[in-house]
Design a protein around this ligand. Structure first.
Ligand SMILES: [Zn+2]
Length: 132
């Protein structure tokens, strides 16, 4: 893998994706504002961070991060030798980041893209996480 490819992935990762915007809107509507975005000083650059509460939220794309749902289990049609290690690498990085955040006293919520599609489920999950 070349460096430029990995840099490109990082940019894709940090963009304001539609699922992320959906989560941010749900947080605001539930009264949880004051979050920060894409903190590069924290392990894994969490997508949404509440500094004072020490709560970090990751919004994972099902395909990119290898969720066990139909989208996540979909096999790439081409460049399999590139994508499968890439996806595994993302999973390893996710796990490592969560581990490091926990060790530093953070609570972490990982949301999958497919879960976010169920708005009421997501709102409940966010409330439980923020109040927990
Ligand atoms: Zn999924």
């Amino acid at each position: 893998m070349t460096i430029s490819r990995s840099e490109n992935m990082r940019r894709i990762r940090s963009r304001d994706t539609a699922p992320e915007l959906t989560v941010r809107r749900a947080l605001r509507e539930s009264g949880f504002s004051g979050y920060r975005l894409h903190r590069r000083d924290l392990p894994g650059n969490p997508d949404i961070v509440f500094i004072g509460r020490k709560k970090a939220i990751f919004v994972h794309g099902c395909f990119w991060h290898g969720h066990t749902c139909p989208e996540g289990l979909r096999k790439p049609k081409s460049n399999v030798d590139y994508w499968l290690p890439k996806i595994q690498g993302n999973r390893d990085r996710d796990e490592n980041a969560i581990h490091q955040l926990h060790a530093a006293g953070w609570s972490v919520l990982g949301l999958w893209e497919c879960e976010i599609e169920d708005g009421s489920w997501m709102r409940t999950a966010l409330k439980e996480f923020m109040q927990g």
